[in-house]
Design a protein. Structure first.
Length: 290
């Protein structure tokens, strides 16, 4: 009898001990339902493709309103749930081909991405900002991939005037979760009303949108968002974001994951900030992020 009671007591104690160890792990996983994909490494965020298999579909300009059509890139599996979505605009006189490389690069990391054509290649930044938002609305409301998207987790990116457009979009729609202006151009220098976590990417040798006249004052004016960063590419030109660039991809993926997916596993790649190097002229930040 004593042995039976003693055995039961030991089993109860063992069960409680195991439960104590397991529950925090389960709770930690449940804390963020938006985590997608395996734990990241430097190699995984620098890779040309992430862990998700992807597909793409063309959106004809005649099939949409408010922007000029584009291409959607998306993960083929929804076994982990829905995904955040990102709209990306090209710059002045450019078409979506100039930003096409972001599509598969970001989608394979666990996002639905649309690279857009603008209504006119001569559209100004504010027009591009409105078209980025129209593209996001299309993705969430009527696109063929709408059931794959979490409409509360959206972001914008853009090159040159498209980057200026991403700042305008962030001003217009503060519910956005992330904005990444890439060698952005805009006549407005004060973006103090932006509340969206914003990563500004500048290029040291940019002669079109010089960092002193554009990216740096943009960053300095972002007084209303607690989370912002400025990445200046070393010895790079205005067109650096228009072709595959590991540095841009690495920090863009980390920023989008950190703020659209609320995935703190990516904080390690942003804070502490990267030091100056042959690739990075400087990196300004507000670490640690909220």
């Amino acid at each position: 009898m004593y042995d039976d009671v003693h055995t039961r007591n030991l089993l109860t104690l063992l069960t409680l001990t195991i439960a104590t160890l397991v529950i925090p792990v389960q709770a930690q996983a449940a804390d963020n339902p938006y985590e997608r994909g395996p734990a990241p490494t430097v190699a995984s965020i620098e890779a040309a493709r992430g862990p998700f298999a992807i597909a793409q579909t063309t959106v004809a300009a005649s099939a949409v309103r408010g922007f000029g059509g584009g291409t959607i890139y998306y993960p083929t599996s929804t076994s982990e749930g829905t995904f955040g979505a990102i709209a990306i605009s090209p710059g002045f006189t450019a078409r979506q081909t100039s930003v096409a490389w972001y599509g598969p690069r970001l989608a394979s990391q666990g996002f639905v991405v649309i690279t857009i054509d603008t209504l006119s290649t001569l559209d100004q930044p504010d027009q591009r900002g409105a078209q980025l938002l129209a593209a996001l609305d299309y993705l969430v409301q009527t696109s063929s991939v709408r059931t794959r998207i979490d409409g509360s987790r959206l972001g914008v990116m853009g090159h040159s005037m498209g980057g200026g457009g991403s700042l305008r979009a962030a001003t217009t729609r503060p519910a956005l979760q992330a904005a990444i202006p890439l060698t952005a151009w805009h006549t407005t220098k004060n973006w103090s009303s932006v509340q969206v976590p914003t990563l500004i990417v500048g290029a040291e040798n940019d002669s079109v949108a010089s960092v002193g006249a554009h990216s740096e004052p943009f960053y300095q004016s972002l007084s209303s968002t607690p989370d912002k960063a400025y990445l200046e590419l070393n010895n790079a030109s205005h067109s650096a974001p228009t072709s595959a660039n590991t540095t841009i991809a690495k920090y863009s993926i980390s920023w989008l994951k950190r703020f659209i997916d609320n995935d703190t596993r990516y904080e390690q790649f942003l804070c502490p900030p990267p030091p100056p190097s042959s690739l990075i002229e400087e990196y300004r930040h507000t670490c640690p992020h909220s």
